[in-house]
Design a protein around this ligand. Structure first.
Ligand code: SF4
Length: 464
């Protein structure tokens, strides 16, 4: 009984925390301006990027079909990948959850007496909180993607699945680096980038292992594919002796021949580029006649709730996501409340759809209500996931599971009664309604918005 009460409080707190944090950040003008500026740059780039397609709808159709087909035959494709990859000398580990994945990684690193690893940006490694685990084992982990490095230095988590420090302006970064590394005050982005480059070079050449994610698992050749703009992932897997890849089991594409359509679609929707600057396909550790690459390569195929998501009648399609971030950038709620308010690894519309199934329904169902259902997210999604529909379905499930307070129940049933009997609205004069309704709605409406006034005459009467 005690446990269930505690759990109930925790869930209420999650929801409450979301509401309180949203209320606070929505009126933070500095935050709003930074996000507006960064997303406007993204929007311009995507508009240009889209011009490379004669028929973008067809490209989306093809990739959407491809991803669904893969999901429906996931076992076949994953086993094919494993067979090919291991025959090339790589090792595959199937991890059902974060603990199994991190235990495996720590085991490899400790066996090899690794004290320093370099890492390239990967949301899956955020999921398993590898940096936190490594720190506990006294292994230094250095993020090498510039944005990810900035949030690591700031002691924060990624704010966005593609652009982790979207919430910081160039002035914020200059101030942070001045404080942490004593770089000159007000350094320009170019000066800071040059400084980080020197700093990371040292780390790349001294690290004994590199950890990356993977944008795709390529089944027919038994490879993993990485796409990036800074060349840091390339250095992460080519300098150190050990390369460890952590990747979600849904990231499969059937063949190397699918890249002609998949890579440009991801880059156009992710950053607006025709194609990302560095694209690598890795099929195993270095062979005896090769001069570059790691001596050992491990791929960890991570489930961590994905099988549960796959079991959901409607929501399984969300596993088609290629993590381009377009739905976050398009979402008016994300742009207003920002990435941290979600308190999840994956934020925005896709985060609100998948988090209840991969990270706990009770802890995350409330995110399904954080949407205006304007449909912008499904309009921009390259793999045509009907995100608003899935959010509505989660809302329905949460009501079936009675995830509401008695106050919410009373408010909704009163609202329903009034709406079904519009005459009730005209019973009291507008002067009374203008006094009592704002008082009743005060908490819901918030303190920072003015409640609209009721017109003197009911609409039905004026209309007549
Ligand atoms: S749901 Fe669609 S738009 Fe959102 S990140 Fe995934 S692929 Fe991109």
């Amino acid at each position: 009984m005690l446990i269930s009460l505690q759990q109930k409080n925790y869930h209420l707190n999650n929801k409450k925390k979301f509401i309180l944090d949203s209320d606070k950040i929505s009126f933070d003008l500095k935050h709003r301006n930074t996000i507006k500026f960064n997303i406007s740059k993204y929007n311009n780039a995507v508009e240009k990027g889209n011009t490379q397609y004669l028929n973008i709808a067809k490209a989306k159709d093809r990739v959407s079909f491809l991803k669904r087909e893969v999901l429906l035959n996931l076992d076949k494709y994953l086993l094919q990948f494993e067979q090919k990859f291991t025959s090339n000398g790589g090792k595959v580990f199937w991890a059902s959850d974060a603990k199994e994945a991190t235990d495996y990684i720590v085991d490899i690193l400790e066996k090899n007496e690794v004290k320093l690893i370099v890492k390239s940006k990967s949301m899956v490694t955020e999921e398993i909180e590898i940096n936190h685990v490594l720190q506990k084992h006294n292994i230094e982990s250095v993020e090498t993607d510039l944005g990810e490095f900035i949030v690591q230095v700031a002691g924060e988590k990624p704010y966005h699945i593609v652009t982790p420090c979207m919430h910081k302006s160039k002035e914020d970064v200059a101030e942070l680096f001045h404080e942490k590394f004593k770089t000159p005050e007000h350094s320009s982005p170019e000066e800071l980038t040059a400084w980080v480059r020197d700093y990371l070079r040292e780390k790349f050449v001294s690290a004994q292992a590199g950890i990356t994610g993977a944008n795709f698992i390529v089944s027919d050749i038994g490879g993993i594919a990485l796409t990036e703009n800074e060349g840091n992932a390339f250095l992460t897997f080519s300098f150190p002796k050990i390369h460890i890849v952590v990747v979600g089991i849904e990231k499969v594409i059937p063949s190397i021949n699918d890249f002609d359509i998949v890579w440009p679609l991801l880059s156009t929707h992710g950053t607006g580029q025709k194609v990302t600057a560095y694209n690598s396909i890795i099929t195993g550790p270095r062979k005896s006649d090769e001069i570059d690459g790691p001596e050992e390569m491990h791929v960890i195929l991570l489930d961590n709730g994905r099988t549960n998501l796959f079991k959901q009648k409607d929501h399984w399609e969300a596993l088609s996501c290629i993590r381009c971030g377009a739905c976050l950038n398009g979402c008016p709620v994300y742009r207003t409340v920002g990435g941290y308010t979600y308190n999840t690894v994956y934020q925005g519309p896709i985060g609100s759809v998948i988090s209840p199934y991969i990270a706990g329904f009770d802890e995350n169902y409330h995110l399904a209500f954080a949407s205006t259902l304007c449909r912008k997210c499904s309009e921009v999604c390259p793999v045509q996931i009907d995100l608003p529909d899935l959010l509505l379905k989660t809302r329905k499930i949460s009501i079936e599971r009675k995830k509401y307070t008695s106050m919410e129940k009373v408010s909704i049933s009163s609202w329903k009664n009034v709406m079904l009997n519009p005459r009730l609205l005209s019973l009291s004069p507008s002067s009374l309604k203008n006094i009592f309704v704002p008082i009743m709605m005060k908490k819901l409406w918030g303190s920072k918005r003015k409640f609209p006034r009721f017109a003197k005459e009911a609409f039905r009467r004026s209309f007549k």
